[in-house]
Design a protein around this ligand. Structure first.
Ligand code: TMP
Length: 236
């Protein structure tokens, strides 16, 4: 019987607990919301449940489609057993439609379709505000190896193709999203962290209404309803 032991880590949106199996940890999703590297703080009631259940549902589908993930087993509305990994210190951002920081940086109106899928990397470092880095920086700084980075990029593109189709089937445009990858104890790269309205931009396919954390970041109201709507569409 798997049991929680000590808390290993508390992040902005999740806590991670050790277990009596050294290869497994339990993540517990909170309702705490932050934006702009923690400068803005709040609560999105029910978010932990939505993110846990949605992320698990999508990771199971991705596994079935041949994408290795950290997912092991959902044990409650907010808690999931995942493989213990060492996180590659990169935020891998995939973009199909211009929005957010890309729109600002390149002066592209939000909603402009990208002619090719765009991948960006940010070095995960709160003290530096997660700076954008390219492949040269990543290899020079040894954040991961060339082989690992090639695996990460091809997994990110495969995940995008799968998720774009899935979200289109529930009338949602997958504008962009952020992934994190981990390395298992035997050195295999797997998808880690979460896939949720915290980490993706979801727009209603017809009205283009925002159904994600941008409603919190931009003080638009209706945040809880947007998360609930996404959970309803994804989980039925
Ligand atoms: P951006 O346009 O602000 O760079 O965000 C791109 C995508 O990454 C968007 O779907 C939100 C997600 N994201 C995170 O999950 N965590 C973060 O810390 C940031 C900045 C963005």
């Amino acid at each position: 019987m798997l049991e929680k032991t000590e808390q290993l880590y508390e992040g902005k949106a999740k806590k991670v607990f050790a277990t009596n199996d050294p290869s497994l940890v339990i993540v517990s999703y909170k309702d705490d919301a932050t934006a702009f590297n923690g400068a803005k703080k709040g609560t999105i009631v029910g978010k932990g449940v939505v993110n846990n259940r949605m992320s698990n549902f999508l990771m199971e589908k991705l596994e079935a489609a041949g994408v290795p993930t950290h997912f092991v087993k959902e044990i409650s509305d907010r808690e999931t057993v995942v493989k213990k990994v060492s996180i590659v210190p990169l935020e891998v951002i995939v973009r199909n439609i211009a929005a957010g920081s890309l729109s600002k940086r390149l002066g592209l109106p939000e909603g402009t379709p990208m002619k090719r899928t765009v991948i960006e990397y940010c070095y995960k470092c709160d003290a530096l505000d997660d700076p954008m880095v390219n492949e040269y920086h990543i290899l020079a700084m040894e954040y991961c190896t060339k082989e690992e980075l090639d695996t990460i990029a091809s997994m990110a593109l495969k995940i995008n193709e799968f998720l774009k189709k899935f979200f289109a089937s529930i009338k949602v445009e997958l504008v962009d999203f952020k992934l994190e990858f981990g390395k298992t104890q035997d050195g295999k790269i797997v998808l880690a962290d979460e896939i949720s309205p915290d980490t993706c931009r979801f727009w209603d396919a017809e009205t283009h209404e925002k159904l994600d954390k941008d409603r919190f970041r931009r003080d638009m109201g209706g945040v809880e309803d947007a998360y609930k709507e996404m959970m309803k569409r994804v989980l039925g």
